[in-house]
Design a protein around this ligand. Structure first.
Ligand SMILES: *Cc1c(COP(=O)(O)O)cnc(C)c1O
Length: 376
């Protein structure tokens, strides 16, 4: 089965009990047993047919052995880190999603899971950070907001050689463009709130693992800690995933046009987009991903100018989040990255006039006219 077909016919596809073409929403907490211990489903935290349909689907499209659905991306990330124990050490990408940084440094540290943040686009720095108690490498590529690229195959090989679990947050690329399990990842996770849902109407997290033992361990954590996704939201995600292929194709075309427009505009200084030949991770990204995605960051001369631009746009909605049919715009230094001190932001390369856009599937002419008017 090819990619776009898999989004529609992968997983369980149709309801085995009724033949319904759309997986029904099994809005139920418990199930009648035909005698003690004789049941197909026991209790909906442990298993629910709608959630199971989604979990089989994401496992299928990421090329893994088992999938899991959680109430948010953060619940998914927390459950994955809970596979580890006090005293374990994890190496993570230094510009991971802000919420990931927060849960690792302010919550999971209390349980003595230690994390070192390094620039994972530099393999030597990752090697240097490995300690006797290191158990995992946690990578995001491309990152937010500067779209830095990490070589998944190289980290996959290093992880295998050192016996470490390799975890990838694949939210930005989506399984349509990038499948980290093929490149050596053991665990792939998503904020399904973004491209997989795709319509700004559901908060969810998904995880896929590549082997049975890891699957059993993660199911144990999921069932024990309980951060599951409900049946209604599971159904919304199944519905969203059906159109992931066509949305990503359309977003890719629109994004290329927006980048071309920004390149020609005199008010735009730097552009961060992995599809540009001068982007430092361009070649590596091209080797591991079939598309460049819908995220672009660019700089204008000042914070005032950036604020002016986001005030003037109509079709680009000023909002956090990304990956929706609607185009979104944000000023990372004042929004998602405001909690990082200005000096540290500058060290990381996040300038005051940085604007981030998530390109949607509106008519490209409207998007370009909108940006032109706002940048003037
Ligand atoms: C949004 C996001 C998360 C967190 O997911 P939620 O669904 O908001 O909890 C994690 N990683 C990345 C890359 C994200 O963009």
């Amino acid at each position: 089965m090819r990619k776009k077909t898999k989004f529609i016919h992968g997983g369980i596809s149709r309801d085995p009990y009724t033949g319904a073409v759309s997986t029904p929403i099994y809005q139920v907490s418990t199930y009648k047993q035909d005698g003690v211990g004789n049941f197909k489903y026991e209790y909906s935290r442990t298993g629910n047919p709608t959630r199971e349909s989604l979990e089989k689907l994401i496992a299928d499209i990421e090329g893994g052995s088992r999938g899991f659905a959680f109430g948010s991306g953060m619940a998914a990330i927390t459950a994955v880190i809970q596979l580890f124990s006090a005293g374990d050490h994890i190496i993570a990408t230094d510009d991971v999603y802000g919420g990931t940084f927060r849960v690792m440094t302010k919550v999971l540290n209390r349980f003595h899971i230690e994390v070192t943040f390094v620039d994972t686009s530099d393999l030597e720095k990752v090697k240097e950070a490995i300690k006797p108690n290191t158990k995992a490498i946690y990578v995001e590529t491309p990152t937010n907001p500067l779209l830095k690229i990490t070589d998944l195959k190289a980290i996959g090989e290093l992880s295998k050689e050192k016996g470490l679990k390799f975890i990838v947050d694949n939210t930005f690329s989506t399984p349509y463009w990038q499948n980290p399990i093929k490149l050596g990842a053991d665990i792939v996770l998503h904020s399904a709130t973004k491209y997989l849902g795709g319509h700004s109407d559901v908060v969810a997290g998904l995880v896929v693992v590549n082997d049975e033992a890891l699957g059993n361990d993660l199911h144990f954590v999921q069932n024990s800690t309980g951060g599951i996704l409900g049946p209604q939201d599971s159904w919304l995600l199944i519905r969203g995933i059906k159109t992931l292929g066509i949305r990503m194709e359309e977003i890719e075309q629109n994004t290329l046009e927006v980048v071309k427009f920004l390149q020609k505009h005199s008010a735009v200084q730097k552009i961060y987009y992995p599809g540009l030949a001068e982007h430092p991770g361009h070649e590596i990204h091209k080797s591991q991903s079939e598309g460049f995605g819908g995220m672009i960051s660019f700089t204008v001369e000042s914070e005032e100018k950036a604020l002016d631009v986001v005030k003037k746009v109509h079709y680009f909605t000023l909002a956090e989040s990304l990956g929706a049919v609607e185009s979104l715009i944000s000023v990372p230094p004042l929004m998602t990255h405001a909690s990082i001190p200005r000096e540290r932001r500058h060290e990381l390369g996040i300038e005051d006039g940085l604007i981030r856009i998530s390109v949607g599937i509106e008519d490209i002419e409207d998007l370009l006219e909108d940006l032109e008017a706002a940048l003037q």
